[in-house]
Design a protein around this ligand. Structure first.
Ligand code: NAP
Length: 320
């Protein structure tokens, strides 16, 4: 298959992406932009026989209904490493390949986790607001905050991102412990066989595991109670890993020290109760959101689609 033939391959794009990602898909394939369709059903009926690939993102993913509407679908490419919004069972059943974007975003998300730790403990955003509001002049110096260096960091899910967070936290002189389904033989960190024990022995608990039916609300009231009044929660995984109602209660009632959150249960809605808390740092799911990383993710999606249509091995298939 040459470039001209590849251009015939139909690719449905479900969400408007920033960067020139859509342009590079336009150049390589025949694209169908679902997000521009006024009548989604009519659009799918019109183009379903031409669509061999779908590009989706972490927000929308792809459900069984959309998969069923595309009888010629061969490959789903999600611009994310989390595949919680992709109906994997349906893809498996239809023999549809799924590709994602691991590794290329690991550093970025780990950097953000460290930024959230620092910000939550040292109140960088809160003290920035203090300066901007003129309070330094009117009220004097900002209150004392807490140190990150040397703290005990507990990581829930020592995968690619969790390991990159551990590496960075070690450079801050932090001790590292973790919880995963099984103990790793190749790391020197302390393993806890349950999250409550990990939380009880951590100053900062970082959530970095994938969202599955088993990990939904893995951070719940008993875990937050174990983390305790001196403990800080950082979540860069997925919102539903944390029982958000319980987290809000714990923060409002000062039962934990603070939280740094990139992800929320019902994005883009963030619990209003958190807005006035200076010990809470809220960012809008920006873990991988830099020009460099989004470009690397886009290139990986394009490379995977090319591989599929050229019948070459996929670059980053999700094991199904
Ligand atoms: P990964 O390498 O596959 O790591 C996933 C981790 O989850 C593994 O350590 C795994 O541990 C753990 N895990 C899975 N099921 C578990 C269970 N039932 N109990 C305990 N731990 C479990 O993935 P990654 O690349 O590090 O990414 C991790 C997650 O980060 C993604 O799934 C995604 O949701 C999130 N993420 C967020 C952003 C953002 O913008 N905030 C960006 C990228 C990724 P074991 O296999 O050892 O049990």
């Amino acid at each position: 298959m040459d470039e001209q033939q590849m251009k015939q391959a139909g690719v449905l794009i479900t969400y408007p992406s920033i960067l020139n990602f859509v342009e590079s898909l336009d150049r390589k394939f025949t694209t169908y932009k679902l997000y521009e369709a006024h009548d989604r059903e009519a659009f799918l009926t019109q183009h379903s026989q031409s669509i061999r690939g779908v590009v989706c993102g972490r927000k929308d993913g792809i459900n069984a209904e959309l998969i069923d509407a595309l009888p010629c679908l061969e490959i789903v490419a999600t611009s994310s490493v989390g595949v919680d919004k992709v109906d994997l069972a349906k893809c498996r059943q239809r023999n549809i390949a799924v590709v994602y974007t691991p590794d290329v975003l690991t550093d970025e998300v780990a950097d953000l986790a460290i930024a959230l730790m620092l910000d939550t403990l040292r109140h960088i955003s809160a003290s920035d607001r203090y300066v901007r509001q003129g309070l330094w002049q009117s009220k004097g110096d900002y209150k004392l905050t807490c140190k990150l260096s040397g703290k005990r960091v507990g990581i829930v899910g020592l995968g690619r991102i969790g390991s990159a967070i551990a590496k960075r936290a070690e450079a801050f002189g932090c001790s590292i412990a973790y919880y995963s389904r099984s103990k790793k033989t190749d790391v020197p960190f302390m393993y806890h066989s349950n999250v409550i024990d990990l939380a009880a022995s951590s100053d900062i608990l970082v959530v970095a595991c994938s969202l599955t039916k088993d990990t939904c609300h893995i951070i719940n009231k008993p875990v937050l109670d174990a983390l305790g009044m001196k403990g800080t929660l950082v979540n860069i995984g997925r919102g539903s890993l944390v029982d958000e109602k319980e987290l809000v209660k714990a923060l409002v009632e000062c039962r934990i020290h603070g939280a740094g959150l990139d992800v929320f249960e019902n994005e883009p809605h963030v619990p209003q109760e958190l807005f006035s808390l200076d010990n809470v740092v809220l960012v809008p799911h920006v873990g991988s959101a830099t020009w460099e990383t989004r470009k690397a993710m886009a290139d990986l999606i394009v490379g995977n689609l090319e591989a599929q249509f050229l019948k070459k091995p996929l670059l980053t298939p999700v094991p199904l």
